[in-house]
Design a protein around this ligand. Structure first.
Ligand code: ATP
Ligand code: MG
Length: 248
């Protein structure tokens, strides 16, 4: 389980996170939801250490995740997999080179073992034999799959996916969500998906953290979300006319 308390962050004089607390449950798919600009990406970047929070505590399975290069912090960093908003594949590297990258950086595995692991992950995300393709030759959905393969290649305990369905049609988006959910349960990963995709909120996930204007407004089981009497959450969910039609 990942627990975080009172995370605050100001960027350019603006309070982007204001004492945000919550938890991501072990072996489950946790969603961070909220409107554009609510602070979702910044929160996740603070939790994985890509952005330095001004204030707050972060515990990965009970171990404090600090800025300093302590033994524990280095170990936790190696156990994190990340799928970035927008994919962030290396355009000049082919699929295999993209996916092998974390193994090159984080491990001293022999080349052959690395390739075996890359092939296993590509097969697992439905991209067997795409090794030599360049990102520009792939559809949006296939690029996301490469991103997922790269995020899981070093067998992380913690997986963070920032807007994994953005830019995809609803059907392809759901396939990516389902793939992430399947991998989470299969490998017992603590997964966090950042999203404002209503399909994801309806069909995927176990635990939800709702952010609104830099604050965490609600946290709880996914099953409860459409029954909660929190005005900001209702406004967010029911701003979709489709959701209004099927859930009210
Ligand atoms: N590097 C930065 N420089 C300046 N402002 C930033 C930076 N990163 C984030 N912000 C600001 O922080 C706020 C929260 O940004 P964040 O990217 O976390 O939003 P988000 O909830 O992920 O939105 P979206 O759903 O559009 O991705 C926004 O107002 C944004 O403009
Ligand atoms: Mg974002």
């Amino acid at each position: 389980m990942i627990e975080f308390q009172h995370i605050s962050k100001a960027i350019g004089g603006k309070q982007v996170l204001d004492k945000v607390s919550g938890r991501f449950v072990h072996g489950k798919v946790n969603l961070v939801i909220g409107s554009s600009g609510a602070g979702k990406s910044v929160l996740v970047k603070c939790i994985v250490g890509l952005i330095h929070a001004d204030q707050g505590n972060i515990l990965f399975d009970g171990t404090a995740f600090l800025d300093s290069a302590t033994h524990d912090t280095i170990r936790i960093r190696r156990e994190i997999g990340m799928l970035f908003q927008g994919g962030a594949l290396f355009d000049s590297k082919n699929v295999e080179e993209n996916v092998i990258f974390p193994l090159d950086v984080l491990t001293d595995m022999p080349k052959e073992a690395k390739l075996e692991r890359v092939n296993f992950c590509l097969q697992r995300v439905g991209l067997a034999n795409a090794n030599k393709k360049m990102p520009s030759e792939l559809s949006g959905g296939m690029q996301k799959r490469v991103g997922v393969a790269r995020a899981i290649v070093h067998s992380p305990r913690y997986l963070f996916c920032d807007e994994p369905t953005s830019g995809l049609d609803a059907r392809t988006g759901l396939l990516i969500d389902e793939l992430i959910q399947e991998l989470t349960y299969e490998y017992n990963i603590t997964t966090t998906i950042v999203t404002h995709d209503m399909n994801t909120i309806l069909f995927v996930g176990d635990h939800i953290l709702f952010l609104e204007q830099a604050k965490n407004v609600w946290e709880g089981p996914s099953a409860d979300i459409f029954h909660v009497e929190v005005a900001a959450l209702k406004d967010f969910l029911f701003s979709s006319k489709l959701i209004k039609m099927i859930k009210k």
